[in-house]
Design a protein around this ligand. Structure first.
Ligand code: AMP
Length: 321
C-alpha cells in the first residue's frame, strides 16, 4: 500500500492506474476509521480493480464552534486497517496542500457570520513535496478561494444546522474527485444529506464518476457507527440508542399503513423527547433526492434525525420504500 501526501504524486499514481485500463474505486474519509468506513472499502474492492482511500480532516466543513481541533486522528491505526484490507493507495494531504493556507474560512451565506479557522496540526515539514499548494490571494477580509456550492440542497437538514458545512464538503470532494478521477466513489447512506448534495454536484457539473451508496453499518444494539461515538460517555452511549429507536418506531408505523408525514414525524419526535439526555436538532421526513418536504410517504421517503448528547451531535436515518 502506498501512502501519498502530495497532490501531484497522487494524481500521477491515479493516472497511471486509469491509463493502464484498470478501474479505480475511491473512498473519501476523515479517518478514525470504523466498520462503516471499512464496508465502503470492501465495496470498492469488490467493484473496482484498484482502490484508493483518502484521509483528510477537512477544516472547510467544520463550523467555528464545532469539533475540528478534537476530531479523532488515528492515522497509523487507520493505515494498518487499510493495508490489511488490501487498499492500494492512501491519500493523506495536508491542509496547506489542499487549500494553500492553514487559514480556512467557514462562511455562511451571510458573510458577516464568516469565521476563520486555523488549521490544527500543520507544520512546515508537512507541506507537500510534489506540487505547489493551491493558490491563495489575500484580501482585506481574508483569503479568496474557489468553492463549490450546491445551492438549495446545501441549506437543508444538516446544512440548516451547520451553515457552510455542505459548501465545505462539496468543495473538498470536487477537489478529491479531480485529483483521483476514479471510476466509482463510495459513500455511506449514514450521511444521507451529503449523498443528495454530492449526487447533485456530480450531475450539475457533469463529473465523470459514479457515486455508489452503501448501507449504514450499526453496532449490535442499533447505534449507527460514527467516528464521533468515541466522544460519548457510557451513559450518553446508552442515551444515543434513542435515535435508532425513534427511526424504528416510524418504520413500524409506516409498515402498519400510516402515510401522513406530520403524524410520523410527531411519533419520531415523541420518542426522542422521552430521552432526557437527547437534545433534538431535527427530525425530518423528506424526499431522499431533493431533501424537500413531502406530505405523505407513499412514494418513499428519507427519515432523518440529528440530536445532541452532551456536546456530541449524532445523525441517523432510514429510507422508507
Ligand atoms: P467520514 O469519515 O465521517 O467523513 O465518513 C466517510 C464516509 O464513511 C462517508 O461516506 C460516510 O457516509 C461513511 N460512513 C460513516 N459512518 C458510516 C456507517 N456507520 N455506515 C456506513 N458508512 C458510513
Amino acid at each position: 500500500m502506498k501512502r501519498i501526501p502530495s497532490i501531484a504524486e497522487m494524481k500521477a499514481a491515479c493516472r497511471q492506474i486509469t491509463r493502464s485500463g484498470k478501474t479505480l474505486g475511491f473512498v473519501p474519509t476523515m479517518g478514525a476509521l470504523h466498520e462503516g468506513h471499512l464496508s465502503l472499502v470492501r465495496a470498492a474492492k469488490a467493484r473496482c480493480d484498484v482502490t484508493a482511500v483518502s484521509i483528510f480532516v477537512n477544516p472547510l466543513q467544520f463550523g467555528p464552534t464545532e469539533d475540528l481541533a478534537k476530531y479523532p486522528r488515528t492515522l497509523e491505526r487507520d493505515c494498518a486497517l487499510l493495508e490489511e484490507l488490501g487498499v492500494d493507495l492512501v491519500f493523506v494531504p495536508t491542509v496547506r496542500g489542499m487549500y494553500g493556507t492553514t487559514q480556512v474560512s467557514v462562511q455562511t451565506k451571510d458573510a458577516k457570520l464568516g469565521h476563520t479557522h486555523t488549521g490544527p496540526t500543520l507544520s512546515t515539514t508537512e507541506v507537500d513535496k510534489g506540487g505547489a499548494p493551491a493558490a491563495e490571494r489575500k484580501t482585506q477580509d481574508g483569503i479568496e478561494k474557489t468553492y463549490v456550492l450546491v445551492e438549495g440542497l446545501s441549506d437543508r437538514l444538516d446544512g440548516a444546522s451547520r451553515p457552510g458545512h455542505f459548501r465545505g464538503v462539496a468543495t473538498v470532494v470536487a477537489k478529491l474527485f479531480e485529483i483521483v478521477r476514479a471510476d466509482c466513489a463510495f459513500f455511506g447512506q449514514k450521511d444521507a444529506a451529503q449523498v443528495a448534495v454530492l449526487r447533485k454536484m456530480v450531475r450539475d457539473l457533469d463529473m465523470d464518476v459514479e457515486i455508489v451508496v452503501c448501507p449504514i453499518v450499526r453496532e449490535k444494539d442499533g447505534l449507527a457507527m460514527s467516528s464521533r461515538n468515541v466522544y460519548l460517555s457510557p451513559e450518553q452511549r446508552q442515551q444515543a440508542l434513542v435515535l435508532h429507536r425513534a427511526l424504528m418506531r416510524v418504520q413500524m408505523m409506516a409498515d402498519q399503513g400510516e402515510r401522513d408525514v406530520a403524524k410520523l414525524a410527531e411519533i419520531g419526535k415523541q420518542v426522542i423527547a422521552e430521552e432526557p439526555g437527547a437534545r433534538l436538532d431535527y427530525f425530518a421526513i423528506v424526499d431522499a433526492d431533493t431533501l424537500d418536504p413531502i406530505a405523505d410517504v407513499r412514494r418513499g421517503a428519507l427519515v432523518a434525525v440529528a440530536a445532541y448528547f452532551g456536546t456530541t451531535r449524532l445523525i441517523d436515518n432510514i429510507l422508507l420504500t
